[in-house]
Design a protein around this ligand. Structure first.
Ligand SMILES: [Zn+2]
Length: 468
């Protein structure tokens, strides 16, 4: 489950079916946090209004200057000059919508929406596309477009204040000149976890370069904060967005920055540049940089086709007569297949556990996963996942935490098979909810999950198919 897009073009997708890459929209709220050490109280002075032509001329001159400094700081030579221009809110909004619609099909948006609702991660009236547009428009201060090799900045920020954002964007331009950012635009579908990890590299690198650019002078830090203060950065949409959306959007910046700092500490900028050849492969590697540095690769998991098994329920329901008109049969269709990763499972757990320490502990030790989402002809949703863990103890911790999540997610649920103290190597639990059955199976280092198992289908048969 995830989603997002950001300031270069490319971003993470909401796991839950959002594939996308949006123009790298710079998240100002984060920039403010990164600089929290600098005093935030200072007088805001009014600056005289400038014309569009003056602003553009100032921007072009500033681009040249900031590109030179960023190139030296990031240790990447300038291969070619970078074109820049300012854009109005309406122009940025058009670019955001265009990118969103190019990258995400109507079917993908539908899948993301129903999956997030089914898992209790978004409210019943949640509308994915509309929210993403509001959110990305609110948060974009500028973006670099690899397709045209240009970068655009919001025209409502003063040019001095734009320099920090420019250092971030121009790092993307340098990344593009040396490592080709367009190759990240068509990431294989169903591989969101590695896609988000790649975006954490791209954004973390640009954010660290920006932080270094700003911290190189106390006056610069102050000018940047003053500019942000004057803009009155609005984070209303971000603050009100479902947590999964907000955290997924911020992940490449926040976790990406921490990760890049660790890689920089171990190998300097050449170590960070090297990462564009040996990409981080999972959010686990981003959350635990030592796992990237020790090359702990994720386990690949495949899942069988459950269409037939899920449809059996409607054929065996008491009182139904399959011989009489097959049109009454419920049919199921797979609408998503993806990898949640450690970060995705952390979010799924913590939405209900509301204890980040416990949720982080339970999601740690992740080794690999795959989930699929099926939708029935009468609008029911079934979420099925197989997860692999480093040790049987990691698997047990996750199994127990996930059972807690199910109890909290479906408050009226009736336990049909209690979690009971697991015997050490395996466990099984199931519940009856008003949205179908939920069941968990733990076996050695694997844990299998079903939420929304249709009536008349035995979860054991689905688990058995996954274990084959
Ligand atoms: Zn960026």
């Amino acid at each position: 489950m995830r989603m997002s897009k950001q300031i270069h073009r490319g971003a993470s997708a909401p796991r839950w079916a959002m594939r996308r890459r949006l123009a790298c929209a710079f998240v100002l709220a984060l920039a403010v946090c990164a600089l929290a050490i600098v005093p935030t109280q200072f007088a805001v002075t009014q600056e005289p209004a400038t014309t569009a032509a003056t602003r553009n001329a100032a921007l072009v001159a500033a681009t040249d200057e900031v590109l030179k400094e960023t190139s030296a700081l990031r240790e990447l030579p300038i291969v070619r000059p970078v074109q820049s221009s300012t854009q109005s809110r309406a122009e940025i909004e058009r670019a955001v919508v265009k990118n969103l619609d190019e990258d995400t099909t109507v079917a993908d948006m539908h899948a993301a929406e129903v999956t997030l609702k089914k898992l209790g991660m978004a409210p019943p009236d949640f509308q994915y596309r509309a929210l993403m547009i509001r959110l990305l428009t609110e948060q974009v201060a500028g973006y670099y477009e690899p397709k045209t090799r240009q970068f655009h900045l919001a025209d409502w920020i003063d040019v001095e204040g734009q320099k920090a954002v420019m250092a971030h964007e121009l790092t993307h331009a340098l990344q593009d000149q040396h490592f080709d950012l367009r190759r990240f635009e068509h990431w294989p579908k169903g591989e969101s976890d590695s896609e988000i990890a790649a975006h954490a590299l791209i954004e973390g690198d640009a954010t660290l370069a920006m932080v270094m650019y700003i911290s190189s002078s106390p006056m610069r830090a102050l000018t940047f904060l003053k500019s942000i203060g004057k803009m009155g950065v609005d984070t209303k949409e971000l603050d009100q967005a479902p947590r999964v959306i907000r955290e997924s959007l911020l992940f490449p910046y926040q976790e990406g920055l921490n990760w890049t700092r660790a890689v920089y500490k171990a190998g300097g900028w050449s170590g960070v540049s090297q990462a564009f050849k040996a990409l981080p492969q999972s959010t686990e590697q981003i959350m635990h940089p030592e796992k990237y540095l020790s090359h702990e690769a994720p386990v690949k998991i495949t899942l069988p086709d459950f269409t037939g098994l899920l449809s059996e329920g409607s054929r065996t329901k008491p009182g139904s007569n399959p011989a009489k008109g097959s049109t009454t049969l419920t049919t199921w269709k797979r609408i998503a297949s993806d990898v949640n990763g450690e970060f995705g499972y952390y979010l799924l757990l913590d939405q209900f556990l509301k204890s980040p320490t416990e949720s982080h502990r339970a999601a740690a030790g992740w080794a690999g996963d795959r989930y699929v989402v099926y939708e029935s002809s009468n609008g029911r949703i079934s979420f099925i996942s197989a997860t692999a863990w480093d040790t049987t103890n990691d698997a047990r911790e996750f199994y127990e935490a996930f059972a807690k999540r199910i109890n909290l997610r479906y408050p009226g649920a009736q336990a049909t098979h209690p979690v009971e103290p697991p015997d050490g190597l395996a466990g099984f639990a199931s519940w009856k909810t008003d949205e179908g059955a939920a069941a968990l199976s733990w076996s050695g280092s694997r844990v299998f999950i079903i939420e929304g198992c249709p009536e008349g289908v035995n979860p054991d048969r689905l688990f058995a198919a996954m274990k084959e």
